[in-house]
Design a protein around this ligand. Structure first.
Ligand SMILES: *Cc1c(COP(=O)(O)O)cnc(C)c1O
Length: 360
């Protein structure tokens, strides 16, 4: 088996151990003579897998009892609509913080359902930073505040949780969920597409506080109602069973690594090594304000973008994959999710130094 170092932004790297476990169980799950993919979602076997996954996620994130954990489909992008449908609760306005491409998409979708007030925006600074706490101004009568804790494309991450008082706080944590400890009780809703830091594409995790359920916008489709999924144990219809199972394997793997506290230490170290390599060199650059730099997604440019294609080709030959920046920003981007080992960052850093020597 040849495994490369995979810096993909998503769908992203999964732990080798998890893939091997899934491979071992693929045709004959636990001696049952069939794949987990071929079982009824209502079978005792699958229900046990599903419940264990939820419990492990609850343990990892210390999710309080008054929160429901939903295992849904539709990606984080469906949440952009599902949120206002569920969270307006009779109000007509919602507040959003604009920090880049993903917040903009959430805002555009919310505008179909309500007035959107920008509680803060860093667009005037070309999204090169997250706002300060003092810049965030909630509007009167707002239903909730939404923000994107980590802008996957821009490489901008909040280093604090906005304080909203009694107003429910909603966060798109698609690219940094489980990367470090989090006080879940500060939030009304936390949501994340799985394909970055949880598991395979096709699964979306939503963590929602009980008291926010059951007040959907009139006309909300059944499948877009959080309460329907909460009451049905995310089995109102057929859930994404394989993604749920595989996420469960990742949760067990995370527990074996020492949980999110241990992951946070490794993640900080990985990011620090890469940013140090970028900052020490006049050849590589990252434009993000230091306090807002993402520990998960590190965009960087080369001094001469004519070298981009050569960089990517040589990196690939060295076993370093998927370093191309997002098509909207160009340059490079290294995503350093939980499943990307520190050895991958070490290999990248030494490749970058060698590349600079030869081409800089
Ligand atoms: C990837 C991503 C999304 C979109 O996720 P889909 O599952 O493709 O809908 C939304 N928000 C953030 C922050 C992301 O990184």
């Amino acid at each position: 088996m040849t495994r490369t170092f995979n810096f993909s932004a998503g769908p992203a790297a999964l732990p080798d151990e998890v893939l091997l476990e899934a491979q071992r169980d693929l045709c004959d799950w636990q001696g049952k003579g069939l794949s987990i993919m071929e079982m009824s979602h209502r079978s005792d076997e699958f229900v046990a897998v599903a419940e264990r996954a939820e419990q492990d996620l609850r343990d990892l994130m210390s999710i309080p009892d008054e929160y429901r954990v939903l295992f849904l489909q539709g990606g984080a992008t469906s949440q952009f609509a599902m949120l206002p449908m569920n969270m307006l609760r009779g109000k007509t306005r919602a507040d959003y913080i604009n920090t880049g491409i993903w917040s903009k998409k959430a805002i555009a979708e919310a505008k179909r359902y309500c007035d959107v007030h920008l509680a803060a925006s860093t667009e005037a600074d070309r999204f090169l930073r997250a706002p300060d706490a003092a810049e965030i101004q909630l509007s009167a009568e707002t239903a909730y505040l939404h923000y994107t804790s980590n802008e996957t494309i821009g490489g901008v991450q909040f280093d604090f949780i906005p304080d909203t008082g009694d107003v429910p706080l909603v966060v798109d944590m698609s690219s940094d969920i489980l990367s470090c400890p989090l006080d879940v009780s500060r939030f009304g809703v936390i949501y994340a597409g799985a394909q970055k830091n949880i598991g395979p594409a096709g699964l979306t995790v939503v963590i929602v506080r009980d008291d926010l359920l059951g007040q959907t916008l009139p006309g909300t489709p059944t499948m877009y109602d959080y309460q329907v999924h909460a009451q049905g144990g995310s089995m109102h219809n057929t859930p994404p069973t394989f993604g749920w199972y595989l996420a469960g394997l990742v949760f067990q793997w995370l527990k074996r690594q020492g949980g999110v506290q241990a992951m946070a230490e490794v993640n900080r170290r990985k990011a620090a090594k890469l940013y140090a390599a970028i900052d020490q060199s006049a050849f590589y650059a990252n434009p993000i304000a230091v306090s807002s730099r993402s520990i998960m997604n590190v965009p960087f440019t080369l001094a001469d973008d004519a070298l981009d294609a050569i960089f990517l080709k040589e990196a690939e030959a060295a076993g370093l994959l998927n370093l191309q920046g997002h098509r909207s920003v160009g340059g490079m981007r290294a995503s350093l999710y939980n499943a990307v080992p520190e050895a991958a960052v070490d290999a990248l850093v030494s490749f970058m130094a060698d590349f600079e020597k030869r081409h800089g």
